[in-house]
Write a protein that binds this ligand. Sequence first.
Ligand SMILES: C[S@@+](CC[C@H](N)C(=O)[O-])C[C@H]1O[C@@H](n2cnc3c(N)ncnc32)[C@H](O)[C@@H]1O
Length: 349
Amino acid sequence: MANAYLIYCRAGFEKEAAAELQHFADQYGWRGFIKTKADAGYVLFCGENLPETGDNAPKWRELVFARQLLFVQNAEPLHLEANDRITPIVAVLVGQYFKELALEGADTNDGKSLSNFFKAIAPALKSVLEKRAILRKKAHKNLHLFFLDSTAVYIAFSEVNNSSPWPMGIPRLRFPKDAPSRSTLKLEEAFHYFMDESSQQEWLREGMTGVDLGAAPGGWTWQLVHKGLQVIAIDNGAMDKALMQTGQIEHLRVDGFKYRPERKVNWLVCDMIESPARVATTIASWIADGDAERAIFNLKLPMKKRFEELQHCIELMDDILTDKRVKYHLSFKQLYHDREEVTGYLYRL
Ligand SMILES: C[S@@+](CC[C@H](N)C(=O)[O-])C[C@H]1O[C@@H](n2cnc3c(N)ncnc32)[C@H](O)[C@@H]1O
């Protein structure tokens, strides 16, 4: 049993992450309280005997605003002396086993400034943990040492099957040099997050078709084209010239809320900067009407009550789909490359 849950989030989204943890605390019956600071890049839910596994445990994929989900034994950080940081850490860990070790700090300027410190202590720490057999290849948990600074650390672990596979929950994607906008990385990250290798191969291949609502200048369209899809790009704005020369794109300068394709497409993607409720209902209607098989879309959440707005959008989408008796999968994540927004994935079951 853990005494705290620790989640990493985008700095500035602690309130949303906290509201979401509280929502699940009510649903799953966790007793405790939120500990958070503005712009810290992490949030704690502190309690006693919090479930780590089973139906009432938190699920990383349910937590939209969590980049990573960790379990913490002691809700207070361990304080370390500069002359020997390793001994007190090892003392806490004796008798426990972990697959891998991660030294982490928040995704903030303070957190980033710890990288040299991590490089300095990692080799010795890892070697002691291996010698003491605390690190073992067959373990099912990973050890995360989450440093607030070089003298205070939360000792935490993640369940391999209930956590982000990426260090700090941040996938390192390389910007494709011929893509027309950095937004392209949002859709690439969404493919990696929402789909495993085999479903990417099944669902993103030559001969498939897609519609991109709010496509200009073409970062998302580039991702689809790159996978071999034929794309209808909807936007009043101009599309990147080189991208248009692939011959795989039809560009229509029409309203993304009004357009529907003549024939059903495999994919609907949407990155329009518009009201989230309007985007959510549009996407749900496309899938409910069978105009697209799968959708990946962004909801821009610039307002204060972002968590509540997202819940509202989920309810609107559910109303539309349930009205048409459609069984569906819908999930959301605030991806690393997302800013004031979250990304959704919807398809019929
Ligand atoms: C964030 S940009 C899209 C960037 C694009 N995904 C990329 O990767 O290059 C948002 C786009 O949505 C378009 N847009 C906003 N409202 C729209 C609407 N009602 N119909 C069509 N396009 C719209 C804007 O013209 C703008 O080009």
